[in-house]
Design a protein around this ligand. Structure first.
Ligand code: AMP
Length: 214
């Protein structure tokens, strides 16, 4: 049976990095609601502006809008089989909505927790930079690019620093994760659909552990 793989973990746990590897190496499409919302930056509509404002503060976009973009994205032909959700669901309502979607698509949900201690996260997030061209993720403390501020693969590309990767927004995002998203671990655990990998250590080792679960 095709699956919907749900990566759950605090902001900065490395969900995006792992989802990208699954896409590159196993051809499993990565669907990141955060990336989709960030792409709306280029649209000059009241909704797009509202979304950017909410994101910058570290709060969540409404369940209704989020479900709408997830439905639309997962109706494309590349998501007819197994795909991975990175950053969705994040609330109990979204988890319910995903049950409906999985039922309609005849897929089973497999949730995987990417577990990481809270004290590690602030440094990871405030130090995070990414290439706007290829999406490669760097960290000024733990994985600096060869030339400060520029991508190794695209030396012409200044790295992005996300508007919500500042200390104040990170605090809000971590609190929001604890309050709204962490309870989903219990929800998936109760129905026997939860696995767990450690988000600490080498990216390749974490990937090997994660990949073995699929
Ligand atoms: P991320 O890139 O996953 O850290 O998401 C960045 C921001 O996008 C979040 O802090 C929220 O403002 C918004 N966002 C992403 N996914 C969701 C979601 N499932 N529900 C509500 N808001 C979301």
């Amino acid at each position: 049976m095709d699956k919907i793989i749900v990566l759950i973990g605090a902001p900065g746990a490395g969900k995006g990095t792992q989802a990208r590897l699954l896409q590159e190496r196993r051809n499993i499409p990565q669907i990141s609601t955060g990336d989709m919302f960030r792409e709306m930056r280029s649209l000059d509509t009241p909704l797009a502006r509202e979304v950017q404002e909410i994101m910058a503060s570290g709060k969540l976009i409404s369940d209704e809008i989020t479900y709408r973009i997830v439905r639309e994205r997962t109706s494309k032909s590349d998501t007819a089989g197994t795909f991975v959700l990175d950053g969705y669901p994040r609330t109990a309502v979204q988890a319910e909505q995903l049950e409906t979607l999985a039922g309609e698509q005849g897929k089973e949900i497999l949730a995987i927790e990417v577990d990481i201690p809270a004290e590690e996260l602030m440094k990871r997030l405030t130090g995070r930079r990414s290439c706007p061209e290829c999406g490669e993720i760097y960290n000024i403390y733990s994985k600096p690019p060869k030339v400060q501020g520029f991508c190794d693969m695209h030396p012409e590309c200044p790295l992005d620093h996300r508007a919500d990767d500042n200390e104040e927004s990170v605090k809000t995002r971590l609190d929001t994760y604890q309050a709204n998203t962490a309870p989903l671990l219990e929800y998936y655990g109760r129905s026997g659909r939860l696995s767990k990998v450690s988000g600490i250590g080498d990216v390749e080792e974490i990937y090997a552990e994660l990949s073995a679960l699929l």
